[in-house]
Write a protein that binds this ligand. Sequence first.
Ligand SMILES: Cc1cc2nc3c(=O)[nH]c(=O)nc-3n(C[C@H](O)[C@H](O)[C@H](O)COP(=O)(O)OP(=O)(O)OC[C@H]3O[C@@H](n4cnc5c(N)ncnc54)[C@H](O)[C@@H]3O)c2cc1C
Length: 522
Amino acid sequence: MSGRTEALRQLADQSEPWDVLVIGGGATGLGAAVEAASRGYRTALVERFDFAKGTSSRSTKLVHGGVRYLEQLNITLVMDALRERGHMLRNAPHLVHNLQFVVPAYDYYSLPYYGLGLKVYERMSGRLSLGASKLLSRQRTTEMLPGIVDAGLRGGVLYHDGQFDDARYAISLLRTFQDLGGTAVNYVEAVGLLKRGGKTFGIQARDCEEDVRFDVQAKVVVNASGVFTEDVLAMDGVAAESLLAVSQGTHFVLPHSFLPGSTALMVPKTADGRVLFAIPWHGSTIVGTTDVPVPGPSAEPHSLAGEREFLAEHIARYFGRRPRGEEVLSMWSGLRPLVRKGGGKTSKLSRDHTILVSKSGLVTVTGGKWTTYRRMGEDAINHAAGVAGLEKLPSRTLDLKLHGWAENLGDMPESERVYGSDLPLLQSLPGDEEELNTPLHPRLPYRMREVVWAMRYEMARTVEDVLARRTRALFLDARAAMEAAPAVASLLTKELGRSDAWRDRDLQRFLDIAKEYVYVEG
Ligand SMILES: Cc1cc2nc3c(=O)[nH]c(=O)nc-3n(C[C@H](O)[C@H](O)[C@H](O)COP(=O)(O)OP(=O)(O)OC[C@H]3O[C@@H](n4cnc5c(N)ncnc54)[C@H](O)[C@@H]3O)c2cc1C
């Protein structure tokens, strides 16, 4: 029986209600699920697409306090996030690492201003500091950021923050949740809430693969559906159209040659007041992000012409030339669920999280950042335990090592490092050695072995799950991912016992999604 089939059977089992049922398998939902299961509550989670299909695979990949929020004087958010950053690094060293950032200064005022600000930022992290910040000479700045435009450069400021692989972190949370006895199923949607006497006691679920509906009972339901939060609140009869503002951010992925070396570039204020990063990631350079209000949520957001122009223009400003079409290896967009507080620009809206407990007892957790997912989960489950009358139990997640935790990973390639302590098992996967060792594509750091692993142990169900979130092929090189897709589709069809018609449909669905990650100039 496959992992998903068994999980589905457990989910649909009506013999006993779950203590906690979570809607949404992004950072927030998975964080809440791990929080609940680690306290000993019987917990289940449903995700209507794949784990981290939404915003949680589309971030800038920073585990950070947020220098910008410090400038906005949101001290509590920065302090909380810096503490979480330290613990994420300790609890998942295979997925999070310390990264050096340099802020280039093109005027004399920026050096003392950012020098002081970043010193305060460093001090705020206390004993969880990742390293000292310091002022750099002009020459040292260009050594650390080779390729950066040096006309008018005065110097720079070095500081440290965390970097991670967001979707792999989500998969590690999923595996941790399962290790703790939790049940999570992807491609299961909450389509309604079960109500008795005005109180929520579960969900009506739909298995999206088979289009079958069934009830799942629970003592409390947690709504962690990201930018879709208002849709779930509407199922509860709560009109909340004005709770969230949705803001889109887009990234370009460029070849490593744009920013050789291992230091990231941070621009604290672009001409229109945004923060922009260029960050080394899995052997490439991510540039982003934008911050554009959009009318509402969508499962597969697309970049806007204005965002692409903004990125190309800023790449030219800091690296001396616009990237050519084929140099943009991939581009992706994500949607921020920002809690609206009195309107204004989305870039100025708070990244704090919000918890709402509705009259029916539905607990909604939204807003926040990837970096604060654990804290959000802790808060949500404190409220949920109160609603459900569960035994009050302390949180254990601050020092909970995540699945794959491993020490002394050295400087192995990032594509292997993300498996942590699972790497030996992955490397000794039983099967046809020649097939398993076949590279996915000459430009991608993956082999067929990772595809099989993703299906057997990480609940990957589609070509997109494998190429977008179990491996990061789609995010690293969209054209290569499209070329690798037919072989992945065939392997998936064999492994999951699917038909040729299913293979063709799933492959086409992936190609339709992937073509939006390909940048076309003009
Ligand atoms: C461009 C961008 C860059 C960012 N960069 C960073 C960064 O560098 N660092 C950082 O800390 N934060 C960053 N963030 C913020 C961070 O990514 C988000 O705060 C976080 O991922 C939100 O997670 P979530 O679980 O709330 O939402 P999501 O990841 O969207 O998860 C919600 C899930 O709920 C599911 N769902 C919805 N409705 C239903 C239903 N009815 N039934 C079942 N499932 C349902 C969805 O399919 C989805 O998977 C960034 C955000 C954006 C947009």
